[in-house]
Design a binder for this molecule. Structure first.
Ligand code: ADP
Ligand code: ASP
Ligand code: MG
Length: 503
């Protein structure tokens, strides 16, 4: 296999027929690099499918029919832009599959499996449109087609990732995904075609459909890139790259030229939606070039993600906010008498499938408290009340207390220097914000604030801490190339040294 570039397009990038044609042109422009395309669902379609799934689970036929009609109209409209008057039986096959999935929604399977089964059609529909766009654009400039793998003779688009059966947020099986992806890639090659793969979705060993969790197409793309031993994976989205803050919240935010994998992963976990939190892991492991680029300005460099870089070392890089969080913990006079209290609290939450975003325990053994997704607060409370029922009866635990409307506000950096915490605290004080909890590490400063404060906190921290550091990052980025400056792993690291001297 020659060099290979995996190109992932997000929901806005494939949001209409015109945009899908544009995406096909972007991929064809890179045809020397052996492109493989990974697509998300058209923007808003996954949300619409999840709403459809809820109607199907309720058995509300009328609502299902209406929602399906809206989805069909949107995709058919895009189809007519891409290939007017073309034969769209392949698109109709996906809708037939979706209808079957809806009809099967009350067959007694778990709700998460039913949601995944329905949500997966967003990516399948987009694959069919993108593959046809390749064929119609290519017909004008060169002889190429788009090709995708199907589930047997059904014509239904097949996922290229194998996963476990944790529906709603499945974990990939790397070895099995490798054979699935390679087989599809070889078959596309036999047709002389560009492989178009669905993001977000996977299948279990038994062929049941799973998803990787919301925003999971980025992760699917890096997993497919790793499975195919690609040299590069470019994530195309609707902004210029990884910014110093969400540009929708902080208008002064700017794109970063380069970010370390670890910092980008932390940024995503702390709420920066630009990349799925797990998506950097396959790139960090395999060492291929990972870049975030703008579909609407493909000529721009975007942000390059690397194992580590002198350009960013010692620098605060970006701020991120994560909303819709809650604090939950225990309160009572006898907490000190309970052995392994914090471990029991965490284990209870883990068993109830409640993810702990952050531990926020002020003093060892004292009123343990953790930060969780607010949507899981009721589940968490019930689980803790059950686990500590005896201690509650004995009066050792007085209450399981919960507080929602909280947010995480984080300054992410690369080996942050000491002194940064007090600088950040001063910035927050200027906004009269006193965090409810805070922690500092060389990788990040985190503050728990109220939902009403977080945007203001982000703008102020960005102004006082990020912008001054950004000019230094840009200055280092522009300086002449010094041998050994890059410390990326693997083959791609080697190649980058040769091809990207300006970094
Ligand atoms: P896609 O559909 O292409 O995956 P997403 O909506 O998932 O796109 O992610 C892109 C959006 O992420 C941007 O439009 C931007 O508003 C938001 N975002 C949040 N934080 C950042 C950040 N630090 N850098 C860039 N974009 C960010
Ligand atoms: N379409 C999926 C979602 O909206 C996956 C993705 O776009 O990354 O969550
Ligand atoms: Mg996304």
């Amino acid at each position: 296999m020659g060099p290979m570039l995996v190109m992932k397009f997000g929901g806005t990038s494939v949001g209409s027929g015109e945009r899908i044609l544009r995406v096909a042109e972007i991929a064809l422009a890179e045809r020397e690099r052996g492109p493989v395309m990974v697509t998300s669902a058209m923007s808003g379609v996954t949300d619409a499918l999840l709403a459809l799934a809820e109607s199907a689970l309720r058995g509300d036929q009328v609502d299902c029919v209406e929602r399906l009609a809206v989805l069909e109209a949107r995709h058919n409209e895009a189809a007519q832009v891409i290939d007017p008057g073309g034969d769209w039986r392949d698109l109709a096959a996906q809708f037939a599959g979706l209808r079957q999935e809806i009809a099967a929604a009350t067959d007694g399977r778990g709700v998460w499996e039913i949601r995944d089964g329905i949500a997966a059609y967003g990516e399948r529909l987009a694959v069919v449109l993108v593959a046809r766009a390749i064929s119609t654009c290519a017909a004008r400039i060169l002889d190429s087609t788009g090709w995708y793998a199907t589930e047997g003779a059904s014509g239904i688009v097949q996922p290229l990732l194998a996963t476990d059966d944790h529906f709603g947020e499945a974990t990939p099986d790397l070895a099995a995904s490798r054979s699935l992806a390679r087989e599809a890639h070889e078959n596309a090659g036999k047709h002389g075609a560009i492989l178009v793969a669905p993001g977000f979705i996977g299948r279990t060993m038994e062929g049941r459909t799973t998803t990787l969790g919301r925003g999971g197409s980025d992760y699917a793309a890096t997993l497919i890139a790793a499975a195919l031993d690609a040299d590069a994976c470019w994530i195309y989205t609707d902004v210029d790259g990884v910014f110093t803050a969400d540009p929708r919240v902080v208008p002064a935010a700017q794109a970063l030229p380069v970010v370390a994998f670890a910092a980008a992963g932390r940024l995503a976990l702390c709420g920066a939606k630009v990349l799925h939190p797990r998506s950097v892991a396959p790139a960090a492991r395999a060492g291929f070039e990972l870049r975030v680029k703008n579909t609407f300005h493909p000529e721009r460099e975007g942000t390059l993600l690397v194992a580590s870089s002198d350009t960013t070392r010692g620098m605060p890089l970006a701020v991120a906010g994560r909303k819709k969080l809650a604090a939950i913990g225990l309160h009572g006079p006898g907490l000190m008498e309970i052995l392994n209290l914090f471990a029991r609290l965490c284990q209870t939450l883990a068993e109830a499938d409640v993810e702990i975003v952050l531990a926020a325990q002020p003093v060892p053994g004292h009123d343990p408290q953790v930060i969780i997704d607010a949507a899981r607060c009721d589940v968490a409370r019930v689980a803790l009340e059950r686990e500590f029922a005896r201690e509650i009866a004995l009066g050792r635990v007085e209450t399981v207390h919960a507080r929602d409307n909280l947010a995480l506000c984080t300054v992410v950096g690369d080996a942050l220097p000491p002194g940064m915490l007090s600088q950040a605290q001063r910035a927050l004080a200027q906004e009269r914000i006193t965090p409810l909890a805070q922690s500092a590490a060389p990788e990040a400063l985190t503050f728990i604030v109220t939902a009403a404060q977080v945007d203001r906190a982000l703008r102020r921290l960005h102004q006082e801490i990020i912008l001054p550091a950004l000019s230094e990052v840009q200055r280092r980025h522009r300086r002449p190339y010094a041998p050994g400056q890059w410390a990326a792993g693997g083959r791609a690291g080697q190649r980058r040294k040769q091809t990207l001297p300006q970094h």
